[in-house]
Design a protein around this ligand. Structure first.
Ligand SMILES: NC(=O)C1=CN([C@@H]2O[C@H](COP(=O)(O)OP(=O)(O)OC[C@H]3O[C@@H](n4cnc5c(N)ncnc54)[C@H](OP(=O)(O)O)[C@@H]3O)[C@@H](O)[C@H]2O)C=CC1
Ligand SMILES: O=C(O)C1=N[C@H](C(=O)O)C[C@H](O)C1
Length: 242
């Protein structure tokens, strides 16, 4: 059985992963949270998953590198410095980073890219996400991934085309942009909609997560797959063959 270690083991996702791991063929070999030594955990496991908090990522990557243990990073709210640390670690160990481990979102990202490419910039693209009241980062990592997919479809990047939130005298909407709005409330597990708004018609592609178990199963499957890969940086598309 694959020995799986969890950074953020006491959190919502950490507990969901511990619940589904046995049915996916993995054994939880331990967990680390605030105040625990990340290296101790990394040395004991075949593969790690990280669902903790962005400020902890660099220490967790350093521990994974030191122990030569591959790591799945599901934590969101990452900066460009975090992305650079992931790229550096991927030179030595397997690292799979994704804002969403569900099958549905991996497929949605492909559909969004294709729709954006086929429709072109005559159709305006807007993304809306909603999550529970305890989520600490915005926009969601998933919404940013979908934004990147949409921007890629129109030959751009989300850094160039993204407009996060609007307020005040914004002026008319610029063509070729990708808007993104975040809602927070209640116990919503995770809803994402991508709206393609044309003249006189509208297409909406929506994914709704009803249960964190979908993310947890995807994370365990990703970890078991990653444990067999050489060093490098991977995403969910590689795991799911999309
Ligand atoms: N990729 C995906 O598919 C998904 C990603 N996520 C992301 O996963 C992350 C965790 O989400 P969720 O489980 O809901 O959050 P929680 O707040 O429920 O859990 C986070 C856990 O990490 C611990 N933690 C916080 N800071 C550190 C630190 N510096 N070092 C070690 N442990 C730390 C917390 O401890 P304490 O409680 O003591 O602060 C807590 O146990 C978020 O970034 C979220 O966006 C969530 C769902 C799916
Ligand atoms: O914090 C959450 O709960 C979630 N976070 C991820 C994100 O930021 O996209 C994935 C999922 O939507 C739930």
């Amino acid at each position: 059985m694959t020995k799986l270690g969890i950074y953020g083991s006491l959190g919502r996702m950490g507990q969901a992963i511990a619940n589904v791991a046995p049915e996916e063929g993995a054994m939880i070999c331990g967990g680390a949270d605030i105040g625990d030594d990340p290296l101790e955990l990394a040395k004991q496991c075949d593969v790690l998953v990280d669902f903790s908090a962005a400020p902890a990522i660099e220490a967790h990557l350093a521990a994974a590198r030191a122990a030569k243990t591959p790591i799945v990073i599901g934590t969101t709210g990452l900066t460009s410095a975090h992305q650079a640390a992931i790229d550096a670690a991927a030179g030595e160990i397997g690292v799979l980073q994704t804002g969403n481990t569900s099958l549905g979102i991996a497929l949605l990202a492909k559909l969004v890219r294709e729709a954006a490419q086929r429709l072109g910039t005559d159709w305006d693209i807007e993304i809306v996400e909603m999550h529970h009241r305890n989520k600490v980062d915005a926009p969601s990592g998933t919404a940013l991934m979908l934004g990147e997919a949409a921007a890629g479809g129109i030959g751009s990047t989300f850094t160039e085309a993204g407009v996060i939130g609007r307020a005040g005298l914004t002026g008319a909407r610029a063509s070729g942009t990708v808007g993104l709005a975040s809602l927070r409330g209640g116990s919503v597990v995770g809803d994402h909609s991508v709206v393609f708004a044309g003249n006189g018609e509208r297409i909406e592609l929506t994914h709704r997560a009803d249960d964190r178990a979908i993310f947890a199963r995807g994370a365990v499957r990703a970890a078991m797959w990653l444990a067999k890969q050489p060093a490098g940086r991977y995403d969910m598309g590689a795991v799911l063959g999309l």
